[in-house]
Design a protein. Structure first.
Length: 302
């Protein structure tokens, strides 16, 4: 095992050494469901989810005028959400499998690993893995390893169903112990591996109730504002730590997602090998589609 140290924790991580990279935050935008007839259309040219549900918002506003009641959703529909609980290698595979259950084709898969939950980035907007400029290391910046997924639903029912499926997947990634619910890979410890969920609006999101309903483990859902450290050096303490039975809930608009290095994407799990169509073919599809981009940081050959 390779030992990775940070200002806050000693993390027993992968059997192979990993490097760091830089990236800019992913702006909140809807996943584009690509149809065969639309394959030549650039993804970024597609309207955002909020634009696509403009008619829904107008209908909701009309309903307020007629009934005098406040609609539950209006335009507060999520676009990008993220989940974190330990090493993102194995977790990504499980979210990809969930997307396949939704009927998404390879080009429509949105599960990408990265970092989130911290209030800032390093110089030049960099948020990186270990073994790089200390000012860019994700854990020192308050971030944790996460998997980002996109909501492609165009109305309240679809959005709720998709988010519930992702939330159900997240809560299956724990095991019950005498001391409470523990991650499947407890050897990765520290705030960089803490349990968290990020969605637009955080605990004020209209889907927060869906997250609560999916919480079959009875874990505490605790509102967070982004992890920081009370000092520098080996004695620094995180404000939002890796706690058993606690899931930090963040506003993903305030605490955006930063894509991880390409070599982290669609990686084998710890002690578990995945198929070539996942590790190679699916990764190549997302790279070709612009969903995984170069981060500008070192890429290790494994």
């Amino acid at each position: 095992m390779a030992l990775s140290t940070s200002t806050s924790s000693l993390s027993v991580c992968r059997a192979t050494t990993r490097s760091v990279c830089t990236r800019t935050p992913v702006q909140a935008r809807a996943a584009v469901v690509v149809k065969a007839s639309d394959s030549s259309r650039p993804a970024d040219a597609s309207p955002s989810l909020l634009q696509r549900v403009g008619s829904l918002a107008a209908a909701a506003a009309l309903a307020v005028t007629i009934s005098g009641s406040q609609p539950a959703f209006a335009t507060d529909l999520p676009e990008t959400v993220y989940f974190g609980n330990g090493c993102f290698w194995g977790r990504q595979k499980e979210f990809v499998d969930t997307e396949k259950l939704m009927g998404r084709l390879p080009a429509q898969i949105s599960s990408v690993v990265g970092y989130a939950g911290g209030p800032k980035a390093g110089p030049d907007g960099k948020v990186c893995y270990y073994y790089s400029d200390p000012r860019t290391v994700y854990e020192k910046l308050g971030h944790a390893e996460v998997v980002k997924v996109d909501i492609a639903g165009s109305d309240k029912g679809d959005v709720t169903k998709e988010f519930r499926m992702f939330a159900d997947t997240f809560f299956t990634q724990f095991q019950r112990t005498p001391g409470g619910m523990m991650r499947l890979d407890p050897q990765d410890a520290g705030p960089g591996y803490r349990n968290l969920v990020g969605l637009p609006g955080g605990v004020k999101s209209p889907l927060y109730q869906v997250l609560q309903d999916a919480n079959v483990n009875g874990m505490e859902l605790r509102a967070g504002t982004g992890n920081q450290f009370d000092s520098w050096g080996p004695l620094a303490r995180p404000t939002e730590d890796d706690l058993m039975n606690v899931v930090w809930v963040y506003d993903s608009n305030a605490l955006p997602f930063y894509q991880a290095e390409q070599y982290h994407q669609f990686h084998n799990g710890i002690g578990k090998a995945f198929s070539k169509d996942y590790r190679v073919d699916l990764k190549e599809t997302l790279v070709a589609g612009g969903k995984i981009t170069s981060t500008g940081c070192p890429e290790l050959p494994f």
